[in-house]
Every structure is written in structure tokens, then in C-alpha cells.
Design a binder for this molecule. Structure first.
Ligand SMILES: [Zn+2]
Length: 207
């Protein structure tokens, strides 16, 4: 498992990640949420409804891996989607959820799985050593019942493996990694690949 992070390290890492992601326009209007594992039983996560481009230390809180607040603050509505990942794989150290235009567009036109292969940037994902390794990104239907969605994600992963990312239709994407730098690398690679997917789809559309 990843070495435990101090809460202060996690807070400063999440604030910096928020600034970087907001500058790209991938977390508009207080949407999105970011988290960092603290140890085997807890993670730090953004408080519900805060502006992710100008996060302050008070905008981060601690929850246990059942999603319960440990400090009296109100966690993001989608906390259970973060804790599902931390519970399933002790190697996961950070989770990023964003609401970019391109992830949303692709989620609305893609079938149940986005398939990507033959692209050099697939090597940005941990463990991938070749552009020829295909990547599957499942697309789940959006719902306000986050507990049900977390169960659906877990069920899919039990069949297909954890992978590196998933989309929620009309909503956004989730990605993760061993730590925040790896998760940010995955996020930037996904935005490139989803942009490519979108343009490639338009390019082959019959006139
Ligand atoms: Zn969301």
C-alpha cells in the first residue's frame, strides 16, 4: 500500500490539484471532487460545493472508507464513488472526478464502453508499456443515487478489473492512481484521448 500521507500533505496536494484542474476548465461552477488516501481507513476529500479553483484548507475534510465524515464537515455528494475505489484496491492513493466538456460529450455518444487503442498516449497509464495495449473505459448511466452507482461500478470492476477510469453519462469522468501526480497524469491523458475520440468520431461521420 502507499505510504500514509499526513493530512497537511494531502490538503496542500488537493489544493494544488484543484488549481491546476480548474485552469483547464475541467471543474466548473464548484463541480467535481478530489481525494487523497491518508491511510488504510481514511481519506481526505473536498467539502461539498466549494470552488475547486480556489480551495482553502477548510475546504478539505476527512472521511472514513464508508464515506462517513470524521470532522463534522459535509463531504462531496459523490464521496461513495471515491471510497469504493479505496476499499477495492489498497494501491489506489488518489481519486480525481471532473466535469469537462469533452468527457461529457463523449459520454453522451459512446456505447457502454469507450475503446481506445493504437495511441501513444495510452502509455501515460501506469503499467502500460505499449501504445498497442487497448484500454476500455466503461460508461455508466448518471443517477442521483450514488450508493447504487457505487455498487454498479464495483460490480463492473469485479468482472473486468479496476482499470484506470470510467465515465458517467452526461456528467463527467473518474480516474485514479497511486498518488496525486499519477492521477493528474491519468487525467491529462484521458482528456487528450477523449478529445481525440471525439474528433475521430466526427471525422468518420458520413456527410
Ligand atoms: Zn460529479
Amino acid at each position: 500500500m502507499n505510504p500514509a500521507q499526513s493530512y497537511q500533505q494531502a490538503v496542500s496536494g488537493l489544493i494544488a490539484a484543484g488549481q491546476r484542474i480548474w485552469q483547464q476548465g475541467w471543474c466548473p461552477a464548484t463541480s467535481s471532487n478530489f481525494s487523497r488516501r491518508l491511510d488504510a481507513d481514511r481519506c481526505a476529500i473536498t467539502v461539498s460545493g466549494r470552488d475547486k479553483g480556489s480551495l482553502q484548507p477548510d475546504d478539505i475534510m476527512q472521511v472514513d472508507l464508508s464515506g462517513q465524515a470524521l470532522d463534522g464537515k459535509k463531504p462531496s455528494a459523490e464521496t461513495l464513488l471515491h471510497t469504493q475505489l479505496y476499499r477495492r484496491d489498497p494501491e489506489i492513493g488518489a481519486v480525481l472526478h471532473t466535469h469537462s466538456v469533452k468527457a461529457t460529450l463523449v459520454s453522451m455518444v459512446a456505447p457502454d464502453t469507450v475503446e481506445l487503442s493504437g495511441l501513444e498516449l495510452l502509455k501515460a497509464f501506469a503499467g502500460n508499456t505499449s501504445h498497442q495495449v487497448p484500454m476500455q473505459i466503461p460508461v455508466f448511466d448518471n443517477t442521483q443515487d450514488i450508493a447504487a452507482l457505487a455498487a454498479e461500478v464495483e460490480s463492473w470492476m469485479q468482472q473486468h478489473g479496476t482499470g484506470h477510469a470510467y465515465l458517467i453519462r452526461g456528467h463527467g469522468l473518474y480516474t485514479w492512481g497511486r498518488d496525486l501526480p499519477e492521477s493528474l497524469r491519468h487525467l491529462e491523458a484521458l482528456e487528450f484521448l477523449l478529445d481525440y475520440y471525439w474528433h475521430a468520431r466526427l471525422a468518420v461521420r458520413p456527410s
